[in-house]
Design a binder for this molecule. Structure first.
Ligand SMILES: Nc1ncnc2c1ncn2[C@@H]1O[C@H](COP(=O)(O)OP(=O)(O)OP(=O)(O)O)[C@@H](O)[C@H]1O
Ligand SMILES: [Mg+2]
Length: 218
């Protein structure tokens, strides 16, 4: 499904240049659940952003289904994201002025879907937060907010779910619940890549990828 060939990504700052990805190559098959591990600053978020088409490599090639995503122009890249990618951020990034239900509806509205009430409510039910549908995210616990963020990513019917430290702000009991939800999605065929520092999270995955200084170690 995914093939990265010799990807480099550099950030230029006033004071110095940072090489975030340094000739990284990686393949991921459909249906894998991959944990990306490594010390802070080794390039995990940068890798996820490139996989999700949120950012472009400076050099190297990114293939998805044998198509070269790294050559796409803006509109095609936008459509690639819309069709294939669900993203779960560390800080949830829910829109606080909208209710849980409305946050879930945003990806569906963006895809011109109609009559989506049942789809949203079924998903909230499955995630165990249906009773909070009309509440605003600030009124929810961290775990409940993260479940909503996962639900929002699931509304896209994405093939590839990218999770950047999805349990970073959660206690261990809630982490187990969130991992249960992600494992279930993976069992139903979704490909998942999780950047994490948490060895418990990693142990739930089908494969571990270790990064160091912008490269893959194993
Ligand atoms: N927008 C940016 N501008 C400048 N440098 C950046 C930017 N984003 C990331 N970097 C640098 O690129 C390197 C890789 O960052 P990245 O966020 O990918 O690391 P990470 O492995 O996700 O770290 P963490 O575990 O702390 O989230 C770091 O040295 C970081 O300082
Ligand atoms: Mg990061």
């Amino acid at each position: 499904m995914i093939k990265l060939e010799n990807i480099t990504k550099k950030y230029m700052d006033d004071s110095k240049d940072t090489i975030a990805l340094d000739g990284l190559s990686l393949e991921i098959a459909e249906g894998e659940m991959v944990a990306v591990l490594g010390t802070s600053g080794c390039g995990k978020s940068t890798l996820l952003n490139i996989l999700g088409g949120m950012d472009r490599p400076d050099s190297g090639k990114y293939f998805f289904d044998n198509e070269e995503v790294s050559s796409y122009r803006a509109i095609r890249l936008h459509n690639f994201r819309k069709k294939n990618i669900g993203f779960v951020y560390q800080n949830f990034s829910l829109l606080n002025r909208y209710t849980v239900y409305e946050n879930m509806a945003i990806p569906l509205l963006a895809r011109n879907q109609k009559n989506y009430r049942k789809k949203i409510m079924d998903c909230l039910e499955q995630l165990g937060i249906a009773e909070y549908a009309n509440k605003f995210p600030q009124k929810l616990s961290g775990g409940q907010q993260q479940r909503c963020a996962i639900g929002r990513a699931l509304m896209t019917d994405c093939r590839l779910m990218l999770c950047d430290e999805p349990t970073g702000a959660l206690d261990s009991k809630t982490t187990i619940e969130i991992m249960g939800i992600l494992c279930e999605e993976n069992k139903h065929g979704k490909t998942i890549v999780i950047a994490t520092h948490d060895s418990d999270v990693a142990s739930n995955c089908t494969r571990l990828v270790k990064m160091s200084d912008g490269r893959i170690l194993i």
